[in-house]
Write a protein that binds this ligand. Structure first.
Ligand SMILES: [Zn+2]
Length: 222
């Protein structure tokens, strides 16, 4: 389902809704964007999904589906500012209901920090919530997979057992060796293209960059 409309960025963008739950959508901005590692012709804005609490609660219901009746969860490791969704996801997973596997359970929500080399680390007081625990990794946008893989390495380093990876958006399952439970993928976004930074069609044709993308959103360059 797609709509064209004017956005707060004063650029045209379109909205892509989930077929199963049309209240959940991403705004797609055409342009020339970079994360540093990759360039893309669209910026997929997942801000509403992760920062609007009403929407985030709905998001969590969808994200809980793969785990609700089959996966014991001790800890949710949040990266890319996904803590709001993480809390609602935990609420979903510990609800009482038919077949629910974690009813009334305790689930910890933790966010690793980055060291000077960009590796994720946990302080000592959080290690016990990872070591030998069943852990869900919660990301918001997996594009090149670099952040998600570093988070997976971190969970492994601290002895966690990865029970699943969830993300709001995933460019392609090909960038990850482990299955990602994603709400949206590039297959949902017609015309979406990503390039490695040195093979970008738009750079080669002289099209200037519009914005830098990071886990918090975008920063316009012009
Ligand atoms: Zn480019």
């Amino acid at each position: 389902m797609y709509y064209l409309f004017m956005s707060t960025m004063d650029n045209k963008c379109f909205k892509v809704s989930m077929d199963r739950n049309p209240t959940l959508y991403v705004n797609v901005f055409p342009g020339h964007f970079t994360t540093g590692n990759i360039h893309s012709n669209y910026f997929i804005d997942v801000s509403e999904l992760k920062f609007n609490t009403y929407v985030a609660k709905n998001v969590a219901q969808e994200l809980a589906r793969p785990y609700l009746t089959s996966v014991v969860v001790d800890t949710i490791v949040c990266v890319e500012a996904s803590e709001v969704i993480g809390v609602y996801l935990a609420e979903e997973l510990i609800q009482y209901g038919a077949g629910v596997i974690n009813p009334g359970g305790n689930i910890y929500i933790v966010t690793p920090h980055k060291d000077v080399n960009g590796n994720f680390i946990f302080p000592d007081n959080m290690k016990n919530w990872i070591n030998q625990k069943s852990v869900i990794l919660l990301a918001t946008t997996i594009s090149s997979g670099t952040t998600a893989k570093r988070a997976m390495e971190c969970i492994d380093y601290y002895g966690g057992k990865l029970a699943g990876i969830s993300s709001l958006f995933l460019t392609s399952q090909d960038v990850m060796d482990t299955k990602v439970n994603a709400l949206f993928t590039s297959a949902d976004i017609p015309g979406y293209k990503v390039f490695s930074a040195n093979e970008c069609e738009m750079c080669k044709s002289g099209q200037p960059l519009d914005a830098i993308i990071n886990s918090e959103g975008y920063t316009k360059l012009r």
